[in-house]
Design a protein around this ligand. Structure first.
Ligand SMILES: [Zn+2]
Length: 332
């Protein structure tokens, strides 16, 4: 749960708490957060702040615990978690339920909170139904929505909610926040760097075993790819990650950066600390400029994939490019 504490340092959360403490809460918030995997947990954290008996989101009091398990009388979370179903989406019936419940008196205190997780999935029809409640909210009702993009919401909805934005987190913040979740330090650092700023992706990567295989293959490419005829076999190995090529490119980039750091005397900056001998070996046959070239080529490959270039061609271009750079810089 440590990672949730990252939230408490964000501008969005501080604004929310300030409004709570000053008694100026809006009746509806739209929290925009890129982390689809974590958003449900994030928005529940905001909800806890409105009920926590210790004011701080202690995660230990009755209110915090009941909100976490989504059984708190005055806080309803949509879509309801259904057992055995992995992805639930908010449906129009959820909004009907919200509207109906919004007229009921709070059970515990003065507030009734409705949480909409994954609000980007709300249909236009559902949003229009919600609009009425947003326009004339019953006393004490607070609606907390979280969405990966505000543009999934109708402008009429957007204009009636207060927007708060959660940031992308830095690799350092993610590493720190996930220390209790991920034991292997190398794995954690790599995942944090490749996660693109979200806790959800970092957790997924850290728990994905193929991630470490990717490190191994990256090391092999740098160490053992010597001549053009090697490219074909390495290309086949890379194509095993056809469906997760951007992740592989992230890893290759990190390994090349590690080799560069080692080579230029910044040993403490190496991410794969447990594999520093292999890193040194991988960098041995490369000039620093050639390693920078590897990093740049990974970036170019990612760009090409974004523009839907042929995957096989992207991989081959990358590998030939790495080989070419290796010899070009050695000669000069
Ligand atoms: Zn609490």
């Amino acid at each position: 749960m440590n990672y949730l504490s990252l939230l408490s340092n964000t501008q969005a959360y501080r604004t929310f708490i300030k409004e709570r403490d000053e008694g100026t809460l809006s009746h509806a918030y739209l929290v925009v957060s890129p982390d689809a995997d974590m958003n449900r947990a994030y928005i529940k954290y905001f909800a806890k702040a409105l009920f926590c008996e210790n004011q701080t989101v202690c995660n230990a009091c009755r209110a915090c615990e009941l909100i976490e398990s989504e059984r708190y009388g005055d806080c309803t979370v949509y879509p309801a978690e259904k057992e055995g179903e992995k992805t639930q989406k908010i449906v129009t019936a959820d909004i009907d339920d919200l509207v109906r419940q919004s007229y009921l008196k709070p059970v515990e205190g003065a507030r009734r909170v409705f949480v909409l997780a994954g609000a980007e999935n709300l249909t236009e029809q559902a949003q229009n139904k919600l609009l009425k409640t947003l326009e004339e909210p019953p006393q004490g009702v607070v609606i907390l929505m979280i969405a990966t993009s505000e543009y999934a919401m109708l402008s009429t909805v957007r204009s009636r909610v207060k927007k708060l934005e959660l940031p992308y987190f830095t690799p350092e913040q993610i590493t720190e926040a996930l220390r209790d979740e991920v034991e292997d330090e190398d794995r954690l650092r790599l995942a944090a760097v490749s996660a693109g700023g979200t806790i959800g992706k970092a957790l997924k990567l850290a728990r994905d075993n193929s991630f470490l295989d990717m490190v191994g293959l990256s090391l092999q490419i740098l160490t053992n790819m010597q001549k053009s005829s090697d490219v074909l076999s390495f290309s086949t190995l890379v194509m095993k990650y056809k469906t997760s090529l951007p992740a592989f490119l992230d890893v290759l980039e990190i390994v090349a950066r590690d080799a560069l750091m080692f080579k230029t005397g910044h040993k403490n900056m190496v991410m794969n600390k447990s594999r520093v001998v292999e890193i040194a070996k991988a960098g041995f046959t490369f000039a620093p400029a050639a390693l920078i070239g590897v990093i740049e080529r990974c970036g170019e490959a990612k760009q090409s994939l974004k523009y839907n270039a042929n995957t096989q061609m992207v991989v081959d271009t990358l590998l030939f490019g790495i080989l070419e750079g290796k010899y070009q810089w050695r000669k000069s």
